[in-house]
Design a protein around this ligand. Structure first.
Ligand code: UDP
Ligand code: MG
Length: 139
């Protein structure tokens, strides 16, 4: 059975460019309820841990530098079939491949600076949410 929660971040360049409100509005219009929300900045060390699954990939160093370069918005979202439906809403990793109307199509600058993160499984959604939010920050 698929779960009903996913974790997202609005990435540094999208926050810096003032897209936070528009991106959160798209998430809510897409049927996702905000369970938890915060603006924070990852240290290089914490970004490295968050993306540890990618540590053997060639883009890992740049990804860690980028994700720790400025504040992000972290959110825990709720909807039936959340993980899969959210990945449809955000679109492909590379905005050049992202479908019309998706968040990445509209707001991403590049495959690296692609505006938003979305969890890839229920298990990772839970791990990622725990990385940012205490129980008393979820409603
Ligand atoms: N990324 C990158 N170059 C690549 C693939 C990924 O810079 O060739 C970055 C990009 O920011 C992406 C993140 O690494 O969102 C994690 O990659 P993943 O394959 O998990 O993509 P996602 O799940 O975010 O679509
Ligand atoms: Mg991923």
């Amino acid at each position: 059975m698929s779960g009903n929660r996913t974790f997202t971040m609005i990435k540094p360049e999208a926050v810096e460019n003032g897209h936070t409100g528009a991106i959160l509005a798209k998430m809510q219009s897409g049927g996702f309820r905000i369970v938890a929300l915060k603006k924070t900045q990852l240290s290089k060390e914490r970004a490295g841990i968050f993306y540890e699954v990618h540590k053997e990939r060639p883009f890992y160093g740049e990804l860690v530098d980028y994700m720790s370069s400025g504040p992000i918005i972290a959110a825990l979202l709720e909807k039936e079939n959340a993980v899969a439906d959210f990945r449809v809403l955000i679109g492909a990793t590379d905005p050049a491949d992202a479908a019309e109307g998706t968040i990445r199509k509209e707001f991403a600058e590049s495959k690296a600076k692609n505006a938003v993160h979305g969890s890839d499984s229920d298990e990772n959604a839970a791990i990622e949410a725990n990385f940012f939010f205490a129980e008393n920050e979820r409603f």
